[in-house]
Design a protein around this ligand. Structure first.
Ligand code: SF4
Length: 381
């Protein structure tokens, strides 16, 4: 665990809070944008001696301000290049995943919004030990900077970020929105809002609140079944917000933001992958400008309810996708990433809780350098 510090990490600061901190130190508040820009551009490892600020402030920033509030416990790298990071905060451990893009030079990052998860999706490892804590905006930014740093270490740029790691982002929305504000601010992360995706199992008030926040990020809806009985079995929150209600909320999101909505569908063998399921899903998509992402399940052993879900056969997968395409539904198949490194969400953290973590090497030295029980998908970048 990382010991709490009296002065917040720079991940925790907004422009206003850092300006106030500078005033408290008898330094010009006008340095705040410069300092945060240097912090984010260096992925959290600035060389303050190169900044045009007083020696006293350089020293203070180097000695009194913790660059990070997390400690990198392990980095696991899969044969496909996917890196899974296990980070320790003073409130618990989280997972973040870096996925090299198919195009050279870019990568996608998957970020957690909570420690553990209360949603109880039957196929998901993140929820096995329940909900532990919400992450702060600073802890979310901490993951973002770790991913940027690791992307840079392999010669890539973190081009997209998805909130598809541990947790339900809509249940920690103030922190998620604040983190998005920092990721997109020109003096901070400087990432386009369209390159950020927030995924939800369908918390309707959260979808409406995200639409109203003004950031116009992408929305991903973890649907996983086209009918209420099947979906309620997989995603218990469906008993609170049924399919008609969440599809209506997704359409409102699209009308308000102009963004395409991604429908995430984890394909489970002989559970939700029949031709009839495909036709029902196609009917739900009628008149809706959404993309359907099919994610073949990544087996994680017995589910919460004791079911051993399996990945569908290639024939069933192909048939399902073909039916959707025959109905003019824009459909992509996302292939699982990082199978060898427990990349289904929550697996690495769970392993670290139950057994000592074994990394593929020492964590990358920082100075150098929803899913979803469903498989961590291959995010286009
Ligand atoms: S799939 Fe997502 S929302 Fe469902 S239990 Fe796992 S982390 Fe939570």
């Amino acid at each position: 665990m990382v010991r709490p510090t009296t002065v917040p990490s720079l991940c925790d600061h907004t422009l206003d809070s850092l300006a106030q901190q500078l005033l408290d130190w008898d330094e010009p508040a006008s340095h705040a944008p410069r300092l945060l820009r240097a912090f984010y551009q260096s992925h959290g490892h600035p060389d303050w001696s190169t900044q045009p600020i007083s020696r006293k402030l350089q020293h203070r920033l180097a000695t009194d301000v913790a660059p990070r509030s997390s400690k990198l416990l392990t980095t696991h790298t899969s044969a496909d290049g996917t890196q899974k990071l296990l980070l320790s905060f003073d409130t618990g451990t989280v997972e973040s995943v870096l996925m090299p893009g198919h195009r050279p030079g870019v990568a996608a990052g998957c970020i957690s919004s909570q420690i553990g998860c209360a949603m109880g999706c039957d196929f998901c490892a993140s929820t096995r030990d329940g909900f532990v804590a919400n992450l702060t905006a600073g802890q979310i930014i901490d993951q973002f900077l770790h991913l940027r740093h690791h992307a840079a270490a392999i010669g890539r740029r973190l081009q997209t970020v998805v909130f598809m790691g541990m947790g339900e982002p809509m249940l920690n929305l103030p922190a998620v929105i604040e983190a998005i504000a920092r990721m997109t601010h020109s003096s901070m992360g400087n990432l386009g809002a369209g390159r950020i995706t927030v995924s939800t199992v369908g918390i309707v008030p959260g979808i409406d609140a995200l639409a109203a926040c003004g950031h116009k990020v992408q929305l991903a809806l973890s649907l996983h079944a086209p009918d209420d009985p099947t979906r309620a079995r997989l995603v218990p929150m469906n008993r609170r917000y049924g399919i008609d209600e969440i599809m209506a909320a997704a359409k409102r999101y699209q009308q308000r933001t102009g963004r395409f909505v991604n429908i995430e569908y984890c394909l489970l063998n002989e559970i939700n992958d029949s031709p009839d399921h495909a036709r029902q899903l196609a009917r739900l998509m009628e008149g809706f400008r959404a993309h359907v992402n099919i994610i073949p399940y990544n087996p994680i052993g017995p589910s919460l309810s004791g079911v051993n879900y399996q990945r569908p056969t290639p024939q069933r997968l192909e048939q399902f996708v073909q039916i959707l395409r025959d109905h003019a539904v824009v459909t992509h198949t996302r292939h699982p990433r990082g199978d060898q490194i427990n990349a289904a969400c929550g697996q690495l953290r769970r392993q670290s809780i139950t057994t000592p973590a074994v990394a593929d090497g020492p964590a990358v030295p920082m100075a150098q350098s929803r899913p979803t029980g469903p498989a961590r998908e291959s995010v286009q970048s």
